[in-house]
Every structure is written in structure tokens, then in C-alpha cells.
Design a protein around this ligand. Structure first.
Ligand code: ADP
Ligand code: ASP
Ligand code: MG
Length: 421
């Protein structure tokens, strides 16, 4: 039996017809290596952004079901065009959307999790010698409803399909040559990492390094799927291999720096200092599938016997969060609720920071030396995050990258344009 290789191509890689033809050549090379090839493709260029903009122009608060119906069309366009490109080059190829295969997700719109992938149809097409091209980002519920996996979710489609098929490897092709110590668009002399552990990559992805969708890393870790990030435009380049921490030699305490500009800080003031209040607050957010990131509860004020709880959410969840909070405010007996979008989360990540004191203080001192005020702090074993003002984000990333000595002498080559924030 042949090995199966899953290849995923992102939006910049298939932005126009010329690039699509180039991608077809990359796929054909892998097929000619003697492998079975399954391709997962994203929408062309900034198509998804454009579709979301159209939705908000016609309705400021579009329903999530219709958003999914609309957004999922972007990937359908690219899967069929790419299949036609392969057929034009004389190869047998077939495209499938998620419903045709059975990429089953939870019954949640705009950020559904995959629960099962049927492989019968895929195996049959592979037996027929076909290259398969699948629409990324989308899924279907057991009731036949179309869902999407969250922005950037085609990476997760690819890893989940690779795991379901028992593929040999999953290659994520993108517009940079791999995973870098930070976003090479922000710090041009960022260094490409030859390898990084699943754990560090997961933290980097959660911290805002959108080169990989966090759930794709989670899935790869769970199924021990070898994952490689590499350039569509420099096929010969090896890229970055993501693998288990036990297989790695760790030398630097900090592996990477990331900034997330998509968060909003929420503060709920004067919550009575009694058991159960936090459970009501976060339970009602969880019921609506709103993920919360940093959480800080202040010391209880003796005079009023109340405290404040601050936390961050993704800006896409703002309207839903406001609705939930205003409906539980009375039950909580809380005071004012405020929302601040002028924030950024900067993080340093590294498995090598375990048991190395001084890393956190170096981070705080570097931010202070650059006149940057820290508004919230959170840590995990291998990550330290600080919430700062949005306008300081780039300065902070550059300063932290420099102090932890992460740069190199080369300038990274980056295709495409900076994503909108
Ligand atoms: P695709 O369309 O291929 O999915 P994305 O735009 O989602 O591509 O992800 C690639 C982009 O991620 C790069 O162009 C780069 O600007 C950004 N990025 C952010 N952090 C990093 C990092 N640490 N390493 C590499 N790229 C990064
Ligand atoms: N097209 C979707 C997005 O722009 C999914 C993806 O590209 O991974 O978010
Ligand atoms: Mg992406």
C-alpha cells in the first residue's frame, strides 16, 4: 500500500489562477514521488474576509448559521478550480466538500469542533488512483447543517483528515518558509525554526501566531501526526517540523514571541465576594460557547465585600458576550461592566523556561524600559503573557525578540500582504 501524504494550501497560495497552477505542480510532484495525495484547500486570497464584510453590510448582526452557509462557499470555489487545474495537467482528480465526505462536527456555528471523519469515499477515490481535493474549514452536523471550524480552520481540517486516514505526514504549505521565532512581517530578521515541539507550537498559536490554527496542533499532538509547515513558493525548502518535546534538544529558554491583537478586555466590577459568583459568570459564557482567555480576580475589598473580575475574549464574540453579561448582571448583583478593545496580548513561549528564574523579570523590565505599561499578566509552565495597549504591540514584540536573542542575519521572504487586524 502507498503512503498517504496530506497537503494543505492556504489562501495566499491559491490567491489567483497562476498561483493555483503552481500549487497543482507541487501536488503532482508529491504524487510522482509514489504517494497517494489528499489535498485540503482554503478560500482564494482574502475571500473569507470579503464574505464576512458583505454579511455585515447587509445585516450588522448576521445569524451564525447564515454566516457559515456564506463563508463555506469560499473553499468550494478553490477546491473545484484546483481539481480542474490538476485535470488540465492530465491527472485524475476529484473534489469533495465536507458534507460529501462526512466531516462531522458538533452542532455549533462559526467555531465547531470535528467529532468524526468518514473515510470510505476517500479510500475508494484513492484506490481509483485519484488525487483528492477537499474543501477546508467546513463541516457538517449529523442533522445536515453546514458548520465552519473558526477562522484559519483549514489547518485543522487537514490534520484531522490526515489522522483519520493514518497519513504518513501532514504538510501545511503557506506564504512563509516555516515557523519563525516571531511573525517575520513584524521582525524581518526573525529566525526560522528547524523544529518546534507540539506544546510550544500550541502556546504560540494560542498567543496569536496565526501560522497554524491552534486546534490543528492539538489534533496533531493527540494523534502524534508529524506536521510540517513549509513554503508553497520554495518547494525545496524543508520548513519547520513540529514534533513531541521528548524528541527535541532544548537550548534557548525562549523559542518564540507572539502578539494577539484580536482580544477584548472585559471588566465586571463589584461582584459580591461569595461562593458561586465566578461559576455563574463563566458558566453563562460557556453555555454560549464563548472562550475566555486571561482571567484576573482582584482582592476582595473589605469595605464593600466585593471584588472585580477582568478577562479577555475574542473580538468576534463581543456582541454575544455583551448580551450574556447584561442578562446575568442582576443575578450576579454586579456593578459596572466595561469593554476595552485597545489591547494586545504579547507572549513569550519556550519549553526551556521551566525552572529558569529570571525570564519573567527580564520580560517585565524590557517592557518597562520601552515605556510599555502592563495591564494584566498570565502564565503557564512554558508561556508568559502580558496585556498591553494595542499601539505598543509591535514595539514590544521587537524588544522582546531582541532581548531573548532570537534574531538571525537573514531577512525572511514573505509573500502576500499583512492581514487586517
Ligand atoms: P495561510 O493563508 O497559508 O493559512 P496565514 O496567513 O494563516 O496563511 O499564516 C501565515 C502567516 O502567519 C505568515 O504570513 C506570517 O505573517 C504569520 N505568522 C505569525 N506568526 C508567525 C510565526 N511565528 N512564524 C511564521 N509565520 C507567522
Ligand atoms: N478561509 C478560512 C479563513 O480565512 C479558513 C482558512 O483559511 O484556514 O479563515
Ligand atoms: Mg492560516
Amino acid at each position: 500500500m502507498k503512503d498517504i501524504i496530506v497537503q494543505k494550501f492556504g489562501g495566499t497560495s491559491v490567491a489567483d489562477i497562476g498561483k493555483m497552477k503552481n500549487v497543482a505542480d507541487v501536488i503532482i510532484k508529491e504524487k510522482e514521488n509514489g504517494n497517494d495525495v489528499v489535498v485540503v484547500v482554503s478560500a482564494m486570497g482574502h475571500t473569507t474576509d470579503h464574505l464576512v464584510k458583505l454579511a455585515h453590510e447587509i445585516n450588522p448582526n448576521p445569524s451564525e448559521r447564515e454566516l457559515d452557509m456564506l463563508m463555506s462557499t469560499g473553499e468550494c470555489v478553490s477546491m473545484s478550480l484546483l481539481t480542474m487545474a490538476l485535470q488540465a495537467k492530465g491527472y485524475k482528480a476529484v473534489s469533495y466538500n465536507a458534507a460529501q465526505i462526512g466531516i462531522i462536527t458538533e452542532n455549533v456555528h462559526t467555531k465547531a469542533r470535528i467529532v468524526d471523519i468518514k473515510t470510505d469515499r476517500l479510500r475508494k477515490s484513492l484506490e481509483e488512483g485519484k488525487i483528492i481535493v477537499i474543501a477546508g474549514f467546513q463541516g457538517v452536523t449529523t442533522d445536515g447543517e453546514i458548520t465552519t471550524l473558526g477562522r484559519g480552520g483549514s489547518d485543522t481540517s487537514a490534520v484531522a483528515i490526515a489522522s483519520a486516514l493514518g497519513a504518513k505526514r501532514c504538510d501545511i504549505y503557506t506564504d512563509v518558509e516555516g515557523v519563525y521565532t516571531t511573525d517575520p512581517r513584524v521582525v524581518p530578521n526573525a529566525s526560522r525554526l528547524n523544529e518546534i515541539s507540539y506544546e510550544e507550537m500550541l502556546e504560540l498559536a494560542h498567543a496569536g501566531a496565526n501560522v497554524l490554527h491552534p486546534r490543528s496542533v492539538e489534533t496533531a499532538k493527540q494523534y502524534k501526526m508529524p506536521l510540517r509547515v513549509r513554503s508553497t513558493f520554495k518547494y525545496e525548502n524543508k520548513g519547520t517540523l513540529i514534533l513531541g518535546v521528548e524528541d527535541m534538544e532544548i537550548n534557548k529558554p525562549v523559542a518564540g514571541v507572539a502578539a494577539d491583537l484580536s482580544q477584548i478586555r472585559v471588566v465586571v466590577c463589584d461582584i459580591p465576594d461569595t461562593p458561586g459568583e465566578a461559576a455563574i459568570l463563566f458558566g453563562s459564557l460557556a453555555k454560549e460557547n464563548i472562550s475566555v482567555d486571561m482571567i484576573i480576580q482582584s482582592y476582595a475589598r473589605k469595605s464593600s465585600n466585593t471584588n472585580d473580575i477582568a478577562f479577555t475574549i475574542n473580538k468576534e464574540d463581543l456582541a454575544k458576550t455583551q448580551e450574556v453579561l447584561f442578562s446575568v448582571k442582576d443575578k450576579l448583583n454586579a456593578g459596572d461592566i466595561s469593554f476595552d478593545d485597545n489591547i494586545a496580548k504579547v507572549s513569550i513561549i519556550g519549553a526551556g523556561m521551566i525552572d529558569r528564574p529570571g525570564i519573567a523579570s527580564t520580560m517585565f523590565k524590557t517592557l518597562a524600559d520601552n515605556g510599555i505599561n502592563i495591564r494584566m499578566i498570565s502564565t503557564s509552565e512554558i508561556k508568559i503573557s502580558c496585556l498591553i495597549n494595542k499601539e505598543d504591540a509591535q514595539k514590544a514584540v521587537k524588544a522582546l525578540h531582541e532581548i531573548f536573542n532570537l534574531g538571525c542575519d537573514e531577512i525572511a521572504e514573505v509573500k502576500g500582504t499583512l492581514p487586517d487586524v
